[in-house]
Ligand binder design. Structure first.
Ligand SMILES: NC(=O)c1ccc[n+]([C@@H]2O[C@H](COP(=O)([O-])OP(=O)(O)OC[C@H]3O[C@@H](n4cnc5c(N)ncnc54)[C@H](O)[C@@H]3O)[C@@H](O)[C@H]2O)c1
Length: 439
């Protein structure tokens, strides 16, 4: 809660300071007050007053999102009904279950990770600000899907320290799966502050809440393959240079790796950073190329395919979302507890970074050909030179460390993964086949 509000609304009605001058009026008024009828009246009045304090206390607003024009409506949180949803969502159904706070739970990967954890019996609570970087109705649909599986997504911003403290005070989370971020490389040229807001300031706000929490949760969070920036040696290994980012997005993820390291060092927070490589699949992100290509191909519009200077085709280590989810869950399962307590470090804590990729890069034109096959529609391709917008020519993961230490093994190739994506897309957006193999 903002401090100005904190001053006016005490945390419990019992802490209301009563102005004694009200009680020193006159003996006559005191006598009148002592009659039983008026006592009932004052009791009811005080009850109503207390209830309205409680309502006001639980409906304060959180800061506006900085994503896409800050058009997100202010969210409210708190109150007995909200707390009940929190409690239910965090119920566990297996021995030694984890209780995980998933930030960015209404996002693409957050939804899949939350479902996987809940399905095996862990307690899961989501947190998301539902910003409109891309169509928020897709985030709301994911929220409904999660609700059907007993997962509650609290609406709020990771920059809201009071909300985070409330969540971490209310639930003794064993882990935080931190996926909330401003994603996308090109959007940084339009709205650079949204990256600083979510990926830097928001991350610090979350780490502050975690380091003060008792018990301190272990943190697993999403970094990105983009930290490899201008590296040309492939495949990318965790020990490679990451000090030459090609975009502001990459720079904020690199900053995140440095910031989490500092919190690990000072406060004993257990931290695992996961560098995801171009994750795709059902419930995916509409700003990503495979999603936008699918939309345009189905609408009969031309698609723009970038090629690198000198004519080379762009290539990505496309990674299917289920593979990434298995990597996330393995990272949670192998995370050692944080060593701090109430903000004090009591010993050194685990700090890890892993690549989670597919290890088989394919070119963007190959991706389009697979989509054409699954959609049974030919794309109109418009090939142009890649503008200097932060994209890199290729990505390629070395996942040896994740394989050895997390048991990570990607199993879905682009052909099979895009088939599942296209099936979901056609169903979600209401396309039908006409019986002759056409859509
Ligand atoms: N999808 C990929 O290919 C990919 C690749 C590398 C890294 N990542 C990282 O993985 C994570 C998840 O990515 P995704 O593809 O699911 O993206 P996404 O945009 O679908 O999910 C992120 C979610 O975080 C929420 N969010 C953003 N800022 C917030 C804030 N300040 N407070 C609360 N919620 C906030 C958004 O509303 C969104 O629902 C991100 O950290 C992203 O940078 C993704």
């Amino acid at each position: 809660m903002p401090s100005s509000l904190q001053d006016s609304f005490p945390s419990t009605p019992g802490k209301v300071k009563i102005d004694r001058s009200h009680y020193n009026l006159s003996r006559q008024i005191n006598r009148w007050l002592s009659s039983s009828a008026t006592l009932v009246f004052w009791s009811l009045f005080l009850l109503a007053l207390t209830a309205s304090f409680a309502c006001l206390k639980t409906s304060f607003t959180v800061p506006q999102s900085h994503a896409r024009g800050a058009t997100t409506a202010a969210a409210s949180w708190g109150g007995p009904a909200w707390e009940k949803q929190l409690r239910r969502s965090c119920e566990t159904r297996r021995a030694n279950a984890q209780v995980v706070l998933v930030t960015g739970a209404a996002g693409f990967i957050g939804t899949h990770v939350s479902l996987a954890l809940k399905k095996r019996g862990d307690g899961v609570l989501g947190l998301d600000n539902f910003n409109d970087y891309y169509d928020p109705s897709l985030k709301r649909a994911r929220q409904s899907l999660l609700a059907r599986h007993g997962i509650f997504v609290a609406e709020g911003d990771i920059n809201d320290g009071a909300l985070l403290s409330k969540l971490l005070d209310f639930v003794p989370f064993t882990h935080v799966m931190h996926l909330a971020a401003q994603a996308g490389v090109r959007y940084a040229m339009e709205n650079p502050n949204s990256y600083v807001h979510s990926n830097v300031a928001g991350l610090v706000s979350l780490l502050e809440a975690c380091r003060k929490a008792n018990p301190q949760p272990a943190i697993v969070w999403a970094s990105s393959s983009s930290v490899y920036g201008l590296n040309s040696e492939a495949p990318f290994c965790e020990a490679d240079r990451t000090d030459r980012p090609a975009s502001l997005y990459a720079a904020t993820k690199k900053a995140g790796e440095a910031i989490t390291h500092a919190y690990n060092h000072i406060y004993g927070l257990s931290v695992t950073g996961l560098r995801f490589f171009t994750v795709y699949g059902p419930w995916g992100r509409p700003d990503m190329a495979y999603f936008a290509f699918t939309r345009n191909i189905l609408q009969g519009k031309a698609i723009t395919i970038y090629r690198a200077r000198g004519g080379a085709e762009l290539a990505r280590d496309f990674t299917y979302v289920d593979d990434v989810v298995r990597g996330c869950v393995a990272a949670l399962d192998t995370a050692q507890p944080s060593t701090g307590s109430g903000g004090r470090k009591r010993g050194s804590a685990q700090y890890r970074i892993y690549n989670l990729g597919n290890t088989t890069p394919l070119s963007v034109p190959q991706l389009v050909s697979i989509l054409e096959r699954h959609l049974r529609v030919k794309a109109t391709r418009n090939v142009v030179e890649m503008p200097g917008n932060g994209d890199v020519p290729f990505t390629h993961a070395n996942v040896t460390m994740a394989r050895l230490e997390l048991g990570y093994k990607p199993t879905t190739d682009l052909q099979a993964g895009l088939k599942k994506f296209v099936k979901w897309y056609l169903n979600y957006y209401g396309y039908e086949h006409n019986g002759k193999g056409k859509i």
